[in-house]
Design a protein around this ligand. Structure first.
Ligand code: SF4
Ligand code: ZN
Ligand code: ZN
Length: 389
């Protein structure tokens, strides 16, 4: 059948027969916003359209004919945010992002203006947007980049982070895993019991905390957004990871040798942070990390995006409902997060006593570090160095 859509006008060919609801779904059109007309007659969602039908889908929402208008000033919008039922022009999208960061910081007392913040910057949209917003809002924010050694992805990311720091005359710390610890993330693919993303996350968290503590930063900030946090929550719920559920928070207080950790973007979706970067001219690495295949969080993001498509606001309701109504009632941290913390016998960083066996406690990073160096020493085929042929 031939389906004519309006504003902007275009014609799509759809195989029939098919009912109206299925045609609208196929074309990704919200049934609440249109009338469907076939042979001059209005038809409803259960009406079956024959294969040779000529159909018109006519938008009906006031203001929906033509481009969306900014919620704040009525100028042409550059982005629609369905979960807020709002659209913004470039200027008001920036205000919206800053407003959500302001709410996050104030609501959870994340950071004050006399404290020093260390922002973990990867070169991606979220962390650079976060650093940019914090600087614009007047916070004392320095950056930390960790070199992962992932080919051109890492070199391009580092270049963009350095360019941003130079342009903003901001202080940037860099730590290269290979230079500092003798391995990079591609080397970790040889490990059997831990994914590359697992080693990467562990390494980044370790270096981040270490630099923050060594340099006396009050607060560590990461660019985790609403999509990241909702996906992490879904993963933790699916496996009932109760200690992780108890710890999931956009603001974790300092404890046992670890600085306070904050996620000021947790109220913003990734479309919003990407749009922010484009509008502000913040150049970020658009390509995905080539090792992302092992990252389970992405699968949860896909699942949540599918739910969000049909029911805007699902992700925010899931995350904010958990944080505000469920976590403290059902997963109080004193009951679910009881790991006693001691200093690692090698590096001095905090580690849970349950995580090691007998002898000197070794933190997860030191143990993984040892294993990665050991597999790097193995000749191809996996036989240990010096083993009999
Ligand atoms: Fe690290 Fe995995 Fe993210 Fe790549 S996708 S940067 S390996 S956590
Ligand atoms: Zn506006
Ligand atoms: Zn250690």
């Amino acid at each position: 059948m031939k389906v004519k859509l309006r504003n902007p006008d275009r014609t799509e060919l759809v195989d029939g027969p098919m009912n109206v609801a299925a045609v609208l779904d196929r074309l990704d059109v919200n049934p609440e916003t249109v009338l469907v007309i076939c042979d001059g007659e209005l038809v409803t969602k259960d009406h079956v359209l024959p294969a040779d039908a000529e159909v018109e889908i006519r938008p009906v929402i006031s203001g929906g004919a033509g481009p969306a208008r900014c919620h704040a000033c009525e100028r042409t919008a550059v982005i629609e945010i369905r979960r807020h039922g709002a659209a913004y022009c470039a200027e008001h999208l920036i205000d919206h992002v800053r407003g959500q960061v302001r709410t996050a910081i104030d609501h959870l007392s994340m950071v004050s203006y006399d404290e020093w913040v260390l922002v973990a910057v990867s070169g991606g949209k979220d962390s650079l947007a976060l650093w940019d917003v914090l600087l614009d809002m007047g916070y004392r924010a320095d950056g930390l980049y960790v070199g992962l050694g992932i080919g051109t992805y890492s070199s391009r990311s580092e270049q963009l982070v350095r360019a941003f720091a130079d342009a903003r005359q901001a202080t940037l710390h860099t730590v290269d895993l290979a230079d500092e610890y003798g391995y990079d993330i591609p080397a970790a693919t040889a490990l059997r019991r831990r994914s590359s993303c697992g080693v990467c996350g562990l390494s980044k968290r370790y270096v981040f905390n270490r630099v923050a503590v060594d340099h006396g930063y009050d607060v560590m900030a990461t660019g985790h957004n609403l999509d990241d946090e909702a996906a992490t929550l879904l993963g933790n719920v699916l496996r009932w990871q109760t200690p992780m559920l108890a710890r999931q928070s956009p603001c974790l207080p300092a404890r046992d040798g670890m600085s306070r950790k904050i996620k000021p973007l947790y109220r913003l979706g990734e479309r919003e942070t990407a749009a922010y970067c484009v509008i502000k001219g913040v150049d970020y690495v658009v390509e995905e990390c080539p090792m992302v295949a092992g990252n389970t969080v992405l699968r949860y993001k896909d699942a949540l995006n599918e739910l969000e498509r049909h029911s805007p606001g699902t992700k925010a309701a899931f995350l904010f409902g958990y944080l505000e109504r469920a976590r403290d009632r059902h997963f109080p941290s004193d009951e679910h997060d009881t790991a006693e913390v001691v200093a690692c016998g090698r590096c001095g960083q905090p580690t849970g006593v349950r995580e090691h066996g007998r002898g000197d406690p070794l933190c997860a990073f030191c143990r993984t570090h040892d294993r990665v160096l050991a597999v790097m020493d193995e000749p191809r085929g996996g036989a240990p160095v010096g083993a009999a042929p």
